[in-house]
Design a protein around this ligand. Sequence first.
Ligand SMILES: NC(=O)c1ccc[n+]([C@@H]2O[C@H](COP(=O)([O-])OP(=O)(O)OC[C@H]3O[C@@H](n4cnc5c(N)ncnc54)[C@H](OP(=O)(O)O)[C@@H]3O)[C@@H](O)[C@H]2O)c1
Length: 247
Amino acid sequence: MTYRATLNGKVALVTGGSRGIGAATAVRLAREGADVALTFVNDKAAADDVVRAVEALGRRAVALRADAGDPDEAAGAVERAVQALGSLDVLVNNAGVGVLGPLETLSLSDIDRVLAVNVRGVLLTSRAAVARMADGGRIVVVGSCMTQRVPGPGGTLYATGKSALIGLTKALARELGGRGITVNIVHPGPIDTDMNPADGPYAADQSALTALGRFGTADEVASTVAHLAGASYITGAEFAVDGGHAA
Ligand SMILES: NC(=O)c1ccc[n+]([C@@H]2O[C@H](COP(=O)([O-])OP(=O)(O)OC[C@H]3O[C@@H](n4cnc5c(N)ncnc54)[C@H](OP(=O)(O)O)[C@@H]3O)[C@@H](O)[C@H]2O)c1
């Protein structure tokens, strides 16, 4: 029996697709048959590597410098993706930043930056995407295990922003259900990326908090994102890909 790709002929936009979970997702969506636009801010070389990896799979790709924390760029990435690839079927809101520390140590600019990238950017990119998407489109949001269980101090700002995305996901699923557009959220546990390396100073503690006793890989998150990008009867739902962090 031959394997049938689930996203043949579809176009996806992955925010923060140059590294980590976003890069793995871009390649995974391409393996399923999608052409992929990805955004980045700083690491153009990494973004270009992902473009080449997608093209090596026979799909089209484009890397767009677009800061999710900037309102015009967050929304504008959608139009640029459509211009480059012709349409938009799947949006993966992955770009995110983490600023950890006790609340009293965080500056106003820390608070504004995290909420601008992790919340407002998702809202604005999603709004622009649904204006361009055909009915039957897919939106996947990358949340965090910190929305399900906060195992210690220092995560208040990050958990606040990521928890807002659960409300966004459920409310938007209701708003868009009539158009057959699904909206779901994936909550990664500790995943080995530049943001949270598996050999970092807090890695052993994070592994111990999971039932499986280890970090996950970006590919393990990407496979669930890709599944949701192809699924037709799942919407407004939360998925933990966290090794049992919330168990
Ligand atoms: N790793 C974990 O343990 C973990 C756990 C739970 C949730 N998450 C969430 O998963 C998502 C991806 O995390 P990751 O671990 O893959 O992070 P990462 O390794 O730090 O990669 C972040 C990616 O997002 C891009 N990015 C950062 N700020 C951006 C902005 N303002 N606008 C557009 N793109 C931006 C980066 O682009 P440049 O290359 O240009 O910097 C990079 O491609 C985030 O939302 C994060 O909160 C991660």
